[in-house]
Write a protein that binds this ligand. Structure first.
Ligand SMILES: [Zn+2]
Ligand SMILES: [Zn+2]
Length: 193
């Protein structure tokens, strides 16, 4: 793993887990604690993370910007969020794959990683490798057209057999959603009254 990849991984973990100790990070990344300190130095200088007694955690600024969807601005309480990490290590949070894919298209050249969660197993996967199911008869209560992400084609196919819809790859899914949105920006969220 390159230093930049380790930093991205670190931000993803911190975002999910809050605080991490240096020892824990060094174990997980399988690098020395010295390397961990070197890796986090720019993050601390950039005020992305701060040192605490227990290790390091995200700064207030990084944490606050994480509660609302960057694309549709809805509070992101969906259990299938998407994260986009830019080359400058900014982490954006999107409420669901619908917003994730549209946002990706908007800032494509700045994106270093786009991460989503497998719909069935709840594991973290790279969106670029995922399979996306559109139009399934299964309501996530998030943005329309609804998009579900799957790690494996087998699962996507099985889910599609049960709930209908179409299975698409990353790029195809983006094109399809954009087409359905008819060039509108924003998203067809079912905004609660
Ligand atoms: Zn959204
Ligand atoms: Zn959404």
């Amino acid at each position: 793993m390159l230093p930049i990849e380790r930093r991205q991984q670190l931000l993803t973990w911190l975002n999910k887990e809050g605080t991490l100790s240096i020892t824990e990070i060094s174990n997980r990344l399988q690098v020395s604690e010295m390397t961990v300190y070197r890796d986090i130095k720019p993050l601390i200088e950039d005020k992305k993370v701060i040192k605490t007694s227990g290790g390091i955690c995200l700064t207030q600024e990084t944490t606050i910007s994480s509660s609302a969807c960057t694309y549709c601005l809805k509070e992101s309480n969906n259990r299938h969020p998407v994260q986009i990490i830019t080359h400058e290590l900014r982490v954006e949070h999107l409420c669901c794959p619908h917003c994730g894919l549209l946002r990706y298209k908007d800032i494509e050249k700045d994106v270093s990683q786009i991460i989503c969660r497998d719909f069935l197993q709840d594991t973290t996967i790279s969106a670029k490798m995922a399979y996306f199911l559109l139009d399934a008869d299964f309501n996530l209560n998030c943005c329309q057209p609804q998009v579900l992400a799957f790690d494996s084609l087998k699962h996507a196919d099985q889910f599609q057999k049960g709930f209908g819809g179409i299975v698409l790859r990353f790029e195809e899914a983006i094109i399809e959603i954009q087409k359905r949105m008819n060039g509108q920006s924003g998203c067809g969220c079912n905004k609660r009254e």
